[in-house]
Ligand binder design. Structure first.
Ligand code: 5AD
Ligand code: SF4
Length: 479
């Protein structure tokens, strides 16, 4: 395909995506036009979501829109009418998996030329991805980004009836769209977006480019959504945002931040409220106080640290030092005694020395984490860190990851051991993957528990006495 063809499409531009406009964000309501109702009747769809909970929530919206258009959920790739690949761009290996999936789907398009194949999510926001898809993955019919999910009905209509390729990705965010339909993947645990975007610009991270500037949903919309969830029997919500602690900082007409929101959500009748993800430098006392007072705010905090070395933290643009991080953590543990804290850590950031890495290991011990996600630095084109000199051998990075994980696992075990012989409250998720007589669920501190019990308990909160603990889970008995 020639470059002229590439130019006719509405493609993303990471340089544009870096800009932060001062435009006020409007709140608009989604409404399906008459032309789009019934387009999908008798047809089926699949949404395949990769990546974070934010993406899962978006995938639920895509499914909601498709069902409103009349589509029903299909069960297998070789027998559906629409497939949406909802992608993740956070690390290279996430992208590699998705390229593999796209390649695999080519055969289904050959079998059924009417199959509509769409690429959505964070990868669609990257210009090099869109160019590669246009040049080499001709079987993809629609490419749309994270800022225009609400326009999905138009894209489906064009692909279906005009048989034209649709490429529409906005580099910058638009307004907040409310009233979006959702098909939730879970019957008693729900995701609720409280804000979109990220303005932190950590130097390794692609998210501020793929998700746009920080913008908060109105408190009334969030409360309305959670009340509805309570009425329909939901027991747990996880409030979502790339940096939930910045919630409300973009409101120009009111002083209402994350701590205020937590206080207002507590008492709505939702049994369990969780949130993610947090940024240490925006975590304030008001939030900690709301957690201390709120009966439904769960005693678990995911507080990504990324590194224990001040010089690495500075080059990551994290806006805190190891000392100031530990101070925030101490305040949190004082406000909410017994709170379980987990984190994210990157090893092998460009220029990370042995001493920097040792600082990270020491921090893991000092912070007493009860769990962590650990990653090897992955170069993301378009981010500042992609240009940093990265001369640490891959083997050494892997060794650091291994050593870090050993330390993290000690924390998991220690975190579980403190509950031995205690009775804890477990929201029963379902039966265990390995044994259908065994139930599995999570405690208030977000620990996985397995125990014998009847499937009638699924979706209920039950008291379980912990009888044994392992690194990754605990065993117990219903009391
Ligand atoms: N390489 C490795 N890990 C990354 N993360 C974000 N960007 C990168 C990257 N380029 C990790 C951070 C973040 C988590 C969601 O993913 O630890 O907290
Ligand atoms: Fe990425 Fe940093 Fe924003 Fe998290 S806070 S999404 S790591 S830029």
């Amino acid at each position: 395909m020639s470059s002229v063809d590439l130019d006719k499409y509405f493609k993303p531009d990471l340089n544009q995506a870096r800009k932060r406009s001062k435009n006020t964000i409007e709140e608009l309501k989604f409404d399906l036009s008459d032309a789009h109702y019934k387009i999908g009747i008798g047809k089926t769809y699949m949404v395949q979501t990769f990546g974070c909970q934010g993406n899962e929530a978006d995938g639920e919206t895509m499914a909601g829109i498709l069902e409103l258009m009349g589509f029903t959920k299909g069960l297998s790739e070789d027998n559906v009418d629409v497939i949406i690949i909802n992608t993740c761009a956070i690390r290279e290996n996430a992208e590699l998996r998705i390229w593999g999936t796209l390649g695999r789907l080519k055969a289904y398009k050959k079998q059924n030329p009417d199959l509509i194949l769409a690429l959505a999510g964070c990868m669609a926001q990257e210009e090099n991805v869109v160019e590669r898809v246009l040049k080499k993955y001709h079987h993809v019919d629609i490419i749309f980004g994270t800022h225009n999910i609400h326009k999905l009905p138009e894209y489906i209509e064009t692909a279906m009836f005009s048989k034209e390729k649709v490429v529409e990705v906005y580099s910058q965010e638009g307004d907040i769209i409310e009233n979006l339909p959702k098909v939730r993947n879970h019957k008693f645990k729900a995701w609720v977006n409280i804000m979109f975007g990220c303005d932190e610009f950590c130097t390794y991270c692609i998210v501020p480019y793929t998700r746009g500037k920080e913008r908060s949903r109105s408190k009334d919309e969030i409360i309305h959504e959670i009340k509805e969830l309570v009425e329909t029997g939901y027991k747990e919500v996880t409030l979502l945002g790339q940096n939930v602690n910045a919630y409300g900082k973009d409101f120009q007409d009111q002083n209402y931040t994350f701590g205020d929101l937590l206080r207002d959500l507590d008492g709505l009748g939702m049994k369990r409220i969780r949130f993610q993800t947090s940024h240490p430098h925006d975590l304030d006392q008001k939030t900690m106080d709301a957690m201390r007072d709120g009966k439904s705010i769960m005693p678990h905090f995911h507080l990504p640290v990324q590194s224990g070395s001040d010089s690495v933290l500075k080059r990551m643009n994290r806006h805190y030092t190891k000392e100031s991080y530990l101070k925030v953590l101490a305040d949190l543990k004082k406000a909410v005694p017994g709170i379980a804290v987990t984190t994210d850590i990157i090893v092998g950031f460009p220029g990370e020395t042995e001493e920097d890495f040792q600082d990270t290991l020491r921090l893991v011990e000092q912070a007493d984490y009860e769990g962590a996600f650990s990653f090897i630095f992955s170069k993301r084109e378009g981010t500042p860190a992609a240009k940093y000199i990265d001369d640490t051998p891959e083997e050494l990075k892997k060794e650091r990851l291994y050593l870090l994980n050993e330390k993290i696992n000690q924390g998991y075990l220690k975190g579980n051991q403190r509950f031995l012989n205690q009775t804890v409250k477990v929201l029963v998720d379902g039966v265990s993957k390995y044994d259908s007589d065994i139930l599995a669920g999570y405690t208030e501190h977000n620990k996985l528990v397995n125990f014998k019990g009847d499937s009638k308990w699924i979706g209920h909160i039950v008291d379980v006495k912990i009888t044994a603990v392992k690194t990754w889970f605990m065993l117990g008995e219903i009391v």
